[in-house]
Design a protein around this ligand. Structure first.
Ligand SMILES: Cc1cc2nc3c(=O)[nH]c(=O)nc-3n(C[C@H](O)[C@H](O)[C@H](O)COP(=O)(O)O)c2cc1C
Length: 175
């Protein structure tokens, strides 16, 4: 049973990205043991410090995971700072971090019509810098994610039906 670390790029309590992440965790079901990263507990990156318990827990969670599921909104055409900050902590030592070779399944969301497609490219660039292994499949983007989140639950079955076979293929690779 592989360990999957799920990361939402939004800290907002009513986050649509987190709702999508929870729906995908539901799809994973009993095919993996899933834990959720607390990137809000990770301090600002500072190479003069060791990051304390928040950064250490995040790095350990990435290390322990056979796969990392990232669901993030797009902020200003890119990665939310809180997510980039956590990733930066886990990116050292360069080219030999806990992300090296790590299978990653990426989903982006937005309140608007584009589903965070520009953030797809931004996250992939960062993952490439760390030599992470982003699952290659048609991009899973979720437009109008806020409207599709009803009472805290992501409610768009068509999105889940699209993502399901790609997620299954990724899970099968985790062993
Ligand atoms: C700082 C900030 C920047 C944003 N930039 C974008 C953007 O570049 N593209 C986009 O489609 N939506 C953008 N949005 C709107 C988000 O898609 C929307 O706020 C969404 O609900 C955030 O995800 P969440 O529901 O998971 O918190 C931005 C929102 C914030 C707060």
């Amino acid at each position: 049973m592989p360990n999957v670390l799920a990361i939402s790029g939004s800290l907002r309590a009513a986050s649509s990205a987190t709702a999508v992440m929870e729906a995908l965790i539901g799809l994973i079901g009993d095919r993996a043991t899933v834990s959720r990263a607390d990137i809000g507990a990770v301090p600002h990156y500072n190479a003069d410090h060791d990051g304390g318990p928040g950064a250490k827990a995040f790095i350990a969670a990435v290390s322990a995971a056979q796969g990392v599921l990232i669901v993030t909104p797009e902020y200003n055409y890119s990665i939310p700072g809180v997510l980039k900050n956590a990733i930066d902590w886990a990116s050292r030592p360069g080219y030999n971090s806990v992300f090296k070779g790590k299978p990653v399944f990426l989903v982006t969301t937005s309140a608007g019509a584009l589903g965070g497609v520009r953030a797809q490219a931004a996250v992939k660039q960062v993952m490439t810098a760390m030599l992470a292994d982003v699952h290659q499949c048609p991009e899973v983007v979720v437009p109008q994610a806020v409207a599709k989140t009803i009472e805290g639950r992501f409610a768009d079955q068509a999105t889940l039906d699209f993502a399901a076979p790609h997620l299954a293929a990724w899970l099968a690779r985790l062993g």
